[in-house]
Design a protein around this ligand. Structure first.
Ligand code: NAD
Ligand code: MN
Length: 352
């Protein structure tokens, strides 16, 4: 029997609530399968502990995290810690330290869920976000702080290696999908260095994938295409910043941020990959018991698939879809169900 060691990092806010629900569901799946087991270790790396001890990740923490098969992450962000401190204190050291350069964000309208678009059922996308460099490389600085002549720079960094590997990953993924279509999204009219490198490398890599249909779109234009002609898109590859924004839009168009999952992959598997809902810690609903756990369940299905437990991943996706179809919806989807009720509905199906 395979036993997978999973590091659970719930983090802050509703991250704690949805990861608890996700762990319950994953444990039920493992019990049901009889062929694999999950060994969870919980890490209390969060903003409360940061305020008390001055760090999110303790000494040796990343080294320990490296020994796990996967990381199951909630959210980080708290009202009493600046967002750039929490993000760079917890999530980015894991993404960057473990070279999780491919961020994969599927979007589709689950059964029973209403899209704000009249043609939302045409949404079936995977947004692939470059996750290690670009606009979020952390390259920049501030001088003359507080003076009228203060200067701040935020320099995007694009390397040929970084650009080529994300394009290759995107083509490989597009190839596995029925429509085999890949849309390159950049802003290479206004940004004439890094974005032009993105375009050039894309077309070089495309030669190795003659079976994948390609097209390209500027990032502003693609937002209109997502809204007006969702059925014309399949897989989208874009930079760290652009895909961050496009995937929140994709989540909203699919019904709610509360259902959108993501995987931060280290495709070569030298390091564990990290699986998390797209949403943040959601201060406005923290502690109310109404956070939608579906994003985390879908995330858990992506984790199982990555671990090679494809059948369990399918079982979980079917249970999720049966529950959304039956109308067991939290308030973000227009319903009145609680996190507990949605979780129980999924557990009920898995325990049958
Ligand atoms: P958010 O995702 O926390 O919330 C945006 C809105 O969506 C809120 O109205 C919230 O109630 C709703 N929402 C989000 N997830 C939901 C769910 N599962 N069920 C129901 N409703 C849900 O984004 P924000 O308000 O911009 O950020 C809040 C904090 O979270 C900030 O500190 C931010 O830095 C952090 N954040 C962290 C991550 C991450 O850890 N990956 C991602 C985004 C934001
Ligand atoms: Mn985001």
């Amino acid at each position: 029997m395979n036993t997978y060691r999973i590091a659970a990092v719930p983090g802050d806010g509703i991250g704690v609530e949805v990861i608890a629900a996700g762990v319950e569901v994953l444990e039920a799946l493992a019990r049901r399968s009889g062929s694999f087991a999950l060994d969870f270790k919980h890490f209390d790396w969060n903003s409360d502990n940061f305020v008390k001890h001055g760090h999110y990740i303790p000494d040796g923490g990343l080294e320990e995290l490296k020994t796990f098969d996967s990381i199951f992450f909630g959210a980080v962000g708290a009202l009493n810690v600046p967002d750039h401190v929490s993000l760079w204190g917890l999530r980015l050291p894991i993404c960057q330290g473990f070279d999780q350069y491919a961020n994969v964000r599927p979007a589709r309208v689950l059964p029973g869920v209403k899209s704000p678009l009249h043609n939302g059922q045409d949404i079936d996308w995977v947004v692939i976000r470059e996750n290690s460099e670009g606009e979020y490389s952390g390259n920049g600085g501030r001088v003359h702080r507080g003076l009228p002549e203060e200067v701040a720079t935020e320099v995007s960094v694009f390397t040929r290696v970084g650009v080529e590997r994300i394009h290759r990953f995107a083509f490989e993924l597009a190839r596995t999908r029925p429509r085999k279509q890949l849309t390159l999204v950049t802003k290479s009219n206004a940004q004439r260095h890094g974005m032009v490198l993105w375009d050039e490398v894309f077309h070089e890599v495309a030669k190795d994938f003659p079976d994948v249909r390609i097209d390209k779109e500027l990032v502003d234009a693609v937002t209109t295409r997502m809204v007006l002609k969702p059925g014309t898109l399949d897989v989208i590859v874009a930079t760290n910043l652009h895909a961050d924004i496009l995937s929140d839009l994709a989540a909203a168009l699919s019904g709610s941020l509360g259902i959108a999952p993501t995987a931060n992959l280290n495709p070569g598997k030298q390091f564990p990959s990290m699986f998390e809902p797209i949403h943040g810690s959601a201060f406005d609903i923290t502690g109310k018991g109404v956070a939608n756990p579906i994003a985390t369940f879908w995330t858990a299905a992506m984790m199982l698939e990555h671990l090679g437990e494809v059948q369990a991943a399918r079982q979980l996706m079917s249970a999720i879809e049966a529950v959304t179809e039956a109308g067991v919806h939290t308030p973000d989807l227009g319903g009145t169900a609680t996190t507990r009720q949605v979780t129980d509905a999924v557990l009920d199906l898995l325990n049958r």
